[in-house]
Design a protein around this ligand. Sequence first.
Ligand SMILES: [Zn+2]
Ligand SMILES: [Zn+2]
Length: 151
Amino acid sequence: MPRQPRRKSRTETRIPREASGIPEYDRDSCPAHLVTRRQMRDRNLSPGGHEPVAVLRCKHCSYRPQWSCNHPVRAWLYDLALARPKRVPTLAQERALDQAMAARQTCPNCSRRYVFCLPLKSLGSCLECHDGTPADPSTYTTPPPTHRLAA
Ligand SMILES: [Zn+2]
Ligand SMILES: [Zn+2]
């Protein structure tokens, strides 16, 4: 038999469970189609914009079934039937994106990759190659020699 928790001296704002407006479930009685945001993510799903449909009550509140759980450790529950597959960029897409960025940031003359996009259309190279303005060494990385050979 679980002991009734002792009454705390500080007053808690208690809302009757029926008045909370959203169904509440305890961890052991939660329907299978309702999952937390984290469980959604684990399945590569997202709520797809729908509002949480229920509350997963905190452990403490399983002893007080008549009161609504408004503790910060409660979790929002989302309906799997309303979930959408999460769009995850594939590794190939990410690589393509990085290559596109690299092309705009790399000087074809000195092969340095800058942290910003170069005026390749107008100058065709970095500023240092164009007119000798020394570039701030913290704004570029020099590629390893193997990279240069492969290029
Ligand atoms: Zn609670
Ligand atoms: Zn250059």
